[in-house]
Design a protein around this ligand. Sequence first.
Ligand SMILES: [Zn+2]
Length: 241
Amino acid sequence: MHEELVALEELQALDLKLLKYRDELTEVPKNLEAMREDVAHVGELLKREQTRLEEAEEWRGSREKEIVIHNELLAKAKSKLMASRNEKENKAAQREIDALRKTIQEREEETLKIMEATEQYRVAIKAHTAEFAELEKQLQASEEEGKARLIEAHNMIEQHEAERRRLTERVPDKIRRLYERIHQRLGRAVVEVVDGHCLGCNMDLSPQMYIEVQRGDTIHQCPTCHRLLMFKPQTDQSDSS
Ligand SMILES: [Zn+2]
């Protein structure tokens, strides 16, 4: 009977490792997907910044064109002023010149403001482009690492399952099925009894059961958590975790 418990404990150690590797099979792709989404999001923000810069430059271009046109109009108005023949024409030309100068000044101020803004956009885009490149590099490294981890996990699962098949031959079917039911529900199905209590749920066993578990003639289940109980003499320092 003790021999069977030892085999069960080995089986459990394998099963806990299998759980870990199976977790990796879902966790690794999930983490990579989250990382890909983050990188895509940063890429999207960067694209938006670039669009904003392009729009600002286009706007500045149209202001500059307006300045050119207004300067041409101003030159014409100045000729009109020179050619004015009376007070009325003189005043009209002067008014036109004043209005044009005002517009040109406004456009020039706007152009200056937009130039300051585009300069800031350029600085931000430069920084974000570098960050984005760094993120892409990290993602690529993580993709490669993830791929290696998945291959490793698949290999380990295969290896552990082969070992598991060999181990299960050492355990009677009835006990193995019982073990598997508990393992599925609680993970750790074989637990030690120390100082009369179950290490699975920390509840005390009856003195009779404690003695029987220590004797190891039959396999006992904890009356509280139903895990399979095993006793290891105190001198044995090895543990199953
Ligand atoms: Zn228990």
